[in-house]
Design a protein around this ligand. Structure first.
Ligand code: MEV
Length: 321
């Protein structure tokens, strides 16, 4: 029997099941601008999505837009059972971690290996279709782990290029010094599709929004050099500038600005991370500041995470069938 027929027979007899995991991410610099082909710098964090993926022969109604896209891409029925410590719609890449870990599970069941480039490309297609518009940033970080830079130019750490319409991104995986990051998660959803659509409408109307997007792209490249030289004061300054530009393009609000203000007392710099409108703010921690930050946000109802950066990308955790 051919490999494909054997697989189909196995699926008929039994659901095929595997457990995978993928990391969440923080965008250190460059969210939204990256949708327009500008650079972005992100890192995989120590909060993960775990995902039991099963391929089944039984059709079912699927309400999850990401899973619906995956089912349509692969032409098979897939079920998932998901857990972990990454909050949903938090600006921390939960949908990318979910899509990438599901795709990795399907690919591994089929081929017994993880083809990272294929997983990242398919992950991007799924996010793009489910959200209406996206960059390959979040799915690249969930796939590769470590520090990921998307840019127009090619430099060390180049992995592959992804294109959509007339926009392209060169994807790089970099080894950079670990950073001490605090995340303040508001508990309010950050709806990526809606925020990306909002920025698009402003981008088309206003020259100053287009200029802000361009400046964010420049900041990313300046920040990469500063991280390489471990110049924490200057990185913090760039974070503040990046946040001001995110305000200009309409993705902040008074609550997020206030969190940035409070964090700025204890951090080198702070900014929104991810799509904004809700979700999370990050701060680059000063030595010994954690306790005072916890104190400052006591009773706020926010969840604080002190995370490690540069964590592992998508991986197979085990089989249970
Ligand atoms: C969302 O985490 C990041 C955005 O730049 C959207 C994207 O890159 O697809 C807002």
């Amino acid at each position: 029997m051919s490999k494909q027929l054997t697989l189909e027979k196995e699926i008929e007899d039994n659901d095929l099941r595997i457990t995978t995991s993928a990391p969440g991410k923080v965008i250190l610099f460059g969210e939204h601008a990256v949708v327009y082909g500008e650079p972005a710098l992100s890192t995989a964090i120590s909060l993960r999505v775990f995902n039991e993926v099963s391929i089944t022969s039984r059709p079912f109604e699927c309400e999850n837009p990401y899973l619906r896209e995956i089912i349509s891409l692969y032409g098979i029925y897939v079920n998932t059972r998901t857990w972990g410590d990454l909050p949903v719609a938090s600006g921390l890449g939960s949908s990318a971690a979910y899509s990438v870990s599901t795709i990795a599970g399907i690919e591994y069941i089929h081929t017994k290996r993880l083809d990272l480039m294929k997983i990242a490309r398919n992950g991007f297609e799924v996010e793009y279709n489910a959200q209406g518009r996206a960059s390959p940033n979040d799915t690249s970080v969930a796939t590769l782990g470590g520090y990921v830079i998307l840019s127009r130019s090619i430099h060390s750490g180049f992995m592959w290029r992804i294109e959509k319409g007339n926009i392209f991104w060169n994807i790089h995986k970099m080894k950079l010094t670990p950073l001490k990051i605090v995340i303040v998660y508001t508990g309010k959803p950050s709806k990526t599709g809606e925020m990306v659509a909002l920025v698009k409408s402003l981008y088309e109307k206003y020259e100053n929004v287009r200029a802000a997007i361009k400046r964010i792209g420049e900041i990313v490249l300046e920040a990469v050099d500063l991280i390489k030289s471990n110049d924490l004061d200057s990185i913090g300054k760039k974070m503040r500038e990046n946040h001001e530009l995110l305000r200009k393009i309409g993705v902040s609000n008074s609550e997020l600005d206030n969190i940035v203000k409070v964090l700025s007392r204890y951090c080198y710099g702070a900014k929104i991370t991810g799509a904004g409108g809700g979700g999370s703010v990050i701060g680059l921690l000063r030595e010994g500041a954690s306790k005072r930050i916890l104190e400052a946000f006591r009773g706020s109802g926010y969840t604080l995470y002190f995370v490690e950066t540069g964590m592992e990308g998508v991986t197979v955790e085990g089989f249970d069938s």
